[in-house]
Design a protein. Sequence first.
Length: 165
Amino acid sequence: MRRITMALAATSTGIALVIGVKAQSAGAPRSALAVNAGPHAGVKPGARPSAEPGASAGAAPGASTGARPGASAVSGGFTGTVVDTRYGPVQVRAVLAGGRITDVVVLQETDGGRSRAIDSYALPILRSEVLAAQGANIDVVSGATYTSSGYAQSLQAALDRAGRG
């Protein structure tokens, strides 16, 4: 009986240690912008962000998010660069009103087989994260690392074009 008790205690202690080590190694969520190194990783050579017709393109760099007092408000639709990922191109357009991101429209998404299924669940999550964060510094969606990275990079290019860089 004593051996069984000692064996159970040792097993419980071992399991607790393994779980504790695993929990510590998980780390913080990764930013989608930090997935690829460099500011232009994955961007097609010569690709430039462009403003949609009627968009306000004269805003100063660092223009407002709507939260900073005294900053000018930017409004309009701003198209980001096409970002090539392993599974195809990703491109988004940011819609701003009064300096705040009100919508993100996907213009190009990855394609083929499983990519469509991944995008169908990842893109709405990415959109809601952008609307909550009011910027491109969002977390990677688990299982959609390439899509998340391309989405964030294209969005950042659109925000740069809007003067929200």
